[in-house]
Design a protein around this ligand. Structure first.
Ligand code: CP3
Length: 348
């Protein structure tokens, strides 16, 4: 019964306590991850199903989270489309040949995702077998807009001048890139569900760069095509949409056909819920930096988070990925506090 707690909360069904997992829960704050990373580079970890499955399970063992998330990266499908991808020594992604104008689109292909990204599907199959129903496994990808942000800039960016410049100068050309990415993303995410992922999270880390009218015009149509394809092929799988810095988009996001809205920490969940209405479960939204505080403060803030989430379905999480400086026992304290305090609240 407990094994599907997270999935039930995503669907808005009754739960005996609030489920919890942590964005980027597999990663550099964990010594067992750093030990493997010392021997293999990041892309090798992603592309070796045995290693990716092992890293996926590390936080499940150590923290007791209610969901696993497959170890991979949102940028992998762009590499499969033909864009060379490197991860620099400092950790940041880099595309040496960014796509910045219509002519560049000729360099991209629609790959057979089974052939080029099958390592992610293999990792998912392994994780499902090893978890044996104890907790569900989440698949994920970036939204077309957020993937385009990296591919056009050539990596991370402060101003996103290439992306935003292109969006004003030739929106139809950028729209074509977004469509191409959406097509491949739909294949890739449907493939993750076919391989055993039980929910999908779509990361829109850079959706908040756009005002509401431009998000509706540019980012939404390709995203809705990805969602429609997943709904058609896998109607039972919960879909989670994550937005960073997107409080101004909430009125538009209320109508996005996903089950769960995952938000950053800048608005309390009570206010998010007031704007988006009762139709969606909310995921989040503790400030990742709060896990740097002493454990009693983490417990106090977690209790406050649970109170804010209590007006509807809630999946406890951070508002963005866990910081690599986080002591693992602080992450464990957050997970434990959610479990104990939300179970106690449910009994009252
Ligand atoms: O949540 C998990 O544990 C699953 C694994 C996961 C990774 N990346 C592994 C990773 C997930 C869900 C992601 C998503 C991702 N990747 C996003 C969206 C979420 C967000 O943070 O907004 C984005 C924008 C990326 C692209 C990316 N990958 C960046 C910008 C970086 C460098 C910055 C950083 O945090 O290191 C990466 C590298 C990356 N992806 C690492 C991990 C564990 C670190 C690589 C290393 O070990 O050196």
């Amino acid at each position: 019964m407990g094994g599907d707690l997270f999935l039930r909360a995503c669907r808005g069904e009754p739960v005996e306590r609030v489920p919890v997992w942590i964005m980027r829960q597999a990663g550099r704050y964990l010594p067992e991850y750093r030990a493997l990373r010392a021997r293999h580079d990041f892309l090798t970890l992603c592309k070796t199903p045995e290693l990716a499955a092992e890293v996926t399970l590390q936080p499940v063992r150590r923290l007791g989270v209610d969901a696993a998330i497959v170890f991979a990266d949102i940028l992998l499908p762009l590499e499969a489309m033909g864009a060379e991808l490197r991860f620099l020594a400092g950790g940041g992604p880099h595309f040496p040949a960014p796509v910045r104008r219509r002519e560049d689109l000729a360099r991209l292909r629609r790959p057979d995702v089974g052939a080029s990204l099958g390592y992610v599907f293999d990792a998912l199959r392994r994780v499902r077998a090893e978890l044996d129903g104890r907790v569900p496994v989440i698949g994920f990808g970036g939204t077309p807009w957020t993937l385009a942000a990296y591919l056009v800039e050539g990596g991370g960016s402060k101003q996103f001048e290439h992306l935003l410049g292109w969006s004003y100068a030739d929106p139809a050309g950028l729209g074509e890139l977004l469509d191409r990415i959406a097509e491949v993303s739909a294949d890739y995410l449907a493939g993750q569900l076919a391989a055993g992922a039980q929910a999908i999270q779509l990361f829109d880390t850079w959706g908040g760069l756009l005002d509401r009218a431009r998000w509706d015009a540019l980012a939404r149509p390709p995203l809705e095509r990805v969602i429609a394809r997943l709904r058609r092929d896998h109607p039972g799988a919960p879909l989670i949409y994550y937005i960073h810095g997107g409080a101004h988009l909430l009125p538009a996001l209320a109508g996005l056909p996903v089950d769960v809205l995952s938000v950053d920490w800048r608005l309390p969940l009570t206010e998010v819920r007031r704007i988006v209405g009762p139709g969606k479960a909310l995921q989040g939204n503790l400030d990742p930096a709060a896990l740097l505080a002493p454990i009693p403060e983490i417990e106090r803030r977690t209790e406050a988070l649970l109170a804010e989430g209590a007006g509807g379905s809630h999946v406890a999480n951070l508002g963005h990925g866990i910081l690599k400086e986080t002591p693992p026992e602080h992450a464990a304290a957050f997970v434990r506090a959610v479990k104990e305090r939300s179970a106690a609240a449910a009994r009252r």
